[in-house]
Design a protein around this ligand. Structure first.
Ligand code: ADP
Ligand code: MG
Length: 380
């Protein structure tokens, strides 16, 4: 990838480009906790986007995407907003940098990546982060990494119509080899934890389905959480978000909220605790407990939060059957991937069985992504 990008840059722009890179991400545990002010626990992965970038002394940006074989040129004003999809992310990053008082001189760039698009590994955050990072460096803006993550997030909000949280861009920028990062979505505080699963592999199985329910179900879940938090807050004013609540506080309001709101809240409060338990387990190198927590999360997402689907439950059950250490749906649900922690010696059998049985049942094979926790945004 590196040589291809550099030689394309040379042939298009007649000079050498400087290489930058950023990554996709996984989230080990902590799902649907972000908008409840709880923890998420992501890490950057060995799938990323690499870009060669060099200032060009003009006020225009010229970018070539190797993967789409498209070249786009735009100026740095709102009127020049490009129509196409991928250039929007880069344009957005430029504009959001300018909005924060950063300098953005015109530049030439060539980029390519291997983060699967739309599979839940956040290729868009990788794209935003590599450009946010590089633009910050080449202009000497000195914007801190957390603000660079916000530049990516605002790009999604303001230029791509996606109202996402901060986790994806955060993980892409802050990611470190061999570390997961516990991010407190309420305060922005974060802490690195060691992730060295010796003797295990981390593998994603992509169902390649996306059920339509996702958006409306998401909004309904948020409303349930807000109602439950409000009921608890009446007794415990310190509860800003549902994640602030203790489990017993939820029991106190059991008769005041619907059964549906209750089980949604039960999941969220349990999930916040599971993130903490996983962090403790990692400090003891106890990957069996980590795995058990992943299964508990899957159960919660499937039965309490009800955001799983047949394909995901099928893969989860199969993981149990193959004695996989941990397995759960990753991401918002209703499709996408399961994330699995599996012992090396069980890996082959698990993958073969999953591919075979899933194909038999659903008519297509799941895609397999072997992930390793890797560095995030950097200059190469
Ligand atoms: P994801 O869950 O992977 O972030 P999104 O729909 O949010 O999915 O983002 C995918 C979009 O990001 C693509 O449609 C494309 O515009 C852009 N993108 C991601 N990777 C690349 C790439 N390698 N080259 C060009 N554009 C990319
Ligand atoms: Mg995305």
């Amino acid at each position: 990838m590196k040589e291809q990008i550099l030689s394309k840059f040379r042939s298009l722009f007649g000079k050498e480009g400087t290489l930058y890179m950023s990554s996709g991400r996984i989230n080990l545990i902590g799902e649907h906790t972000d908008y409840n002010g709880g923890y998420v626990f992501p890490g950057a992965i060995n799938f990323g986007i690499m870009a060669a970038i060099e200032p060009n002394g003009t006020d225009r940006v010229n970018v070539y995407s190797i993967d789409f074989d498209e070249k786009v040129s735009f100026g740095l004003t709102e009127e020049d907003k490009p129509e196409q999809h991928w250039p929007r992310y880069i344009f957005g990053v430029c504009m959001e940098t300018l909005k924060r008082g950063g300098k953005v001189q015109g530049f030439d760039a060539v980029f390519a990546g291997d983060v699967p698009l739309g599979a839940g590994l956040s290729s868009s955050a990788a794209l935003e982060s590599v450009f946010a990072y590089a633009i910050n460096e080449i202009n000497g803006n000195g914007i801190d990494k957390f603000e660079l993550a916000k530049i990516g997030q605002s790009t999604e909000h303001n230029y791509c119509g996606v109202k996402c949280g901060i986790m994806d861009q955060f993980a892409s920028l802050f990611g470190k080899e061999g570390s997961l990062i516990r991010l407190d979505c309420k305060t922005g505080e974060y802490k690195y934890f060691p992730f060295h699963p010796k003797g295990y592999k981390l593998v994603l199985l992509d169902t390649c389905v996306k059920h339509q329910l996702a958006d409306s179900a998401y909004n309904k879940r948020r409303e349930s959480c807000e109602r439950a938090a409000a009921a608890i807050r009446a007794n415990h004013p310190e509860v800003d978000f549902l994640s602030d609540a203790k489990r017993v506080w939820l029991d106190e309001v059991r008769d005041q909220i619907s059964q549906e709101d209750f089980i949604r809240a039960e999941y969220v409060i349990g999930e916040v605790q599971r993130v903490l338990d996983v962090c403790d387990a990692l400090e003891r190198d106890d990957y069996e407990t980590v795995g058990e927590m992943m299964y508990q999360t899957h159960f919660g997402l499937s039965r309490l939060y009800e955001v799983s689907c047949e394909e995901l439950d099928f893969l989860n059950k199969l993981a149990r059957k193959c004695e996989v250490t941990g397995s759960r749906v990753m991401g918002g649900g209703f499709g996408g991937c399961t994330i699995n922690l599996v012992k090396n010696e069980l890996y082959e059998t698990f993958i073969n069985t999953a591919v075979q049985e899933f194909t038999l049942k659903f008519g297509h094979a799941p895609k397999i992504y072997n992930v390793v926790i890797s560095d995030g945004a950097r200059k190469l």
